[in-house]
Write a protein that binds this ligand. Sequence first.
Ligand code: FEO
Length: 168
Amino acid sequence: MNKKIEKLLNDQIEKEYSSSQLYLSMASWSENQGFNGTASFLYAHSDEEREHMLKLVKFINERGGKAVIPAIYKPDVSFDSIELIFQAILDHEVKVTESINNIVDACLSEKDYTTHNFIQWYVSEQLEEEALARNIMDKLKLIGKDKGGLYLFDRDMESANIAAGNPN
Ligand code: FEO
């Protein structure tokens, strides 16, 4: 496979893996703070990021390239608030979108239309992930520091997670 594209996809593996580790750490912190709904959402989100990583590993290998499994990334273990967690997720996802867009650009300039087709799934996924993070941030801004509001927010996250078919 095209070496430039292979390198970009391997870099993306690392980004997806780091996202998975970061969200796992956020989930664990939320669980310890008693935000069980938020924790279930974040555990499921961490699993999704690992799936994003796996999809890339398999694609690179199927195309005759070599997927490189990155070293374990150690994220922060504590966070200041639920609002700051979701702000960090939104900022993080915006960067991931930029990185996916760079891959799209490279596919076009290298005329790698197969990878261009494959990466469209990530383009759509990023659109959804950014919209979800923005939506959650809007809710959290309305709630502010109101503890009752945060309690209800956490319960809503739990219901949304169950409705999405994710285990607690
Ligand atoms: Fe797979 Fe949230 O980027």
